[in-house]
Design a protein around this ligand. Structure first.
Ligand code: ADP
Length: 275
């Protein structure tokens, strides 16, 4: 029996102590064990992620304390320290954000909305960053009215994360596109870029916490937590789905689906007598 199960065996006897048999109760504690392992893995990843910038800061400060560097070198070291502190701040903020949403501390406020409105707001947020990189950013939103029952801030955050990754991992002067359409009973959102792409062996890990594609992150700042948050918001909060297709050096496309329907319509459908 694997350590995912707990077995309790009891020997049964009659009143004369003659053995009747053995009862074995096997309890599935897989979920509990999984949660413990995940928790331990998370703590060790957090510790690792925090240690890297902290050792950097310590090393630079020791060099400054030793005092045998030229003023320009000292300025450079202060710059490095500043960068590492920014990295720590980003990490801590992203971790807090993810932990608060995952643990349910942040209240989920789902209401009836029109999806394209949420997408337009996200597009407005990302436009200036795309322009700075001379990236041609287009939003091709469906003409259809797309009713959804969602937390608009959370879903908006998820789309902004996808768009900001698309811009971040796409070289200057190329293209990023946001699209929406209706497909059966779902609204489909596509975030497509013409950037670095994600190697096939990295695709299965892309939504894991702290995972960053080694080839893509030589210069781009990040935490590896953005897509973990997107995945949680889409699948756990909104019962939607997210998938990714990518080709190295050609680009990446994230496809999100969100069930269509306003709360009121869903309730009416449930109440409707069978045909
Ligand atoms: P990060 O903060 O590092 O951007 P994310 O969780 O948002 O973290 O993304 C995880 C990793 O997936 C990124 O570090 C990057 O390597 C890769 N990635 C995400 N989006 C894209 C994209 N559109 N194109 C190429 N690589 C991407």
């Amino acid at each position: 029996i694997s350590n995912q199960y707990r077995a309790i065996a009891t020997n049964l006897t009659d009143e004369n102590q003659v053995a009747l048999g053995t009862v074995v109760v096997v309890e599935n504690i897989g979920v509990e064990a999984d949660e413990k392992t995940q928790h331990a893995e998370f703590v060790s990843s957090v510790a690792h992620e925090l240690k890297t910038p902290m050792s950097g800061i310590k090393a630079y400060i020791e060099m400054l304390i030793d005092g045998d560097c030229e003023p320009e070198e000292a300025d450079e070291l202060y710059g490095f320290i500043n960068d590492q502190i920014d990295r720590l701040t980003r990490l801590v903020n992203s971790m807090l954000n993810l932990a608060r949403i995952e643990s349910g501390v942040v209240e989920i406020k789902r209401h009836d909305h029109e999806l394209n409105d949420i997408l337009k707001t996200a597009a407005d947020v990302i436009s200036p960053t795309a322009t700075e990189k001379d990236i041609k950013f287009t939003a091709e939103l469906s003409d259809m009215y797309l009713p959804v029952f969602v937390d608009k801030d959370m879903l908006g955050q998820a789309i902004i994360n996808l768009l900001s990754n698309a811009v971040k991992y796409t070289p200057n002067g190329r293209e990023v596109r946001l699209r929406s359409r209706m497909e059966d009973t779902t609204a489909v959102i596509e975030v497509r870029d013409t950037g670095l792409g994600i190697p096939e062996n990295s695709l299965p890990h892309i939504f894991d916490r702290f995972y960053r594609v080694p080839e893509n992150n030589r210069s781009a700042a990040g935490t590896g937590l953005g897509l973990a948050l997107v995945h949680f918001i889409v699948t756990n909060v909104h019962n939607g789905s997210i998938s990714v297709q990518s080709q190295v050096d050609e680009g990446t496309c994230f496809t999100v689906t969100i069930p269509l329907g306003h709360k009121e319509q869903k309730r009416k459908k449930q109440l409707a007598p069978p045909a």
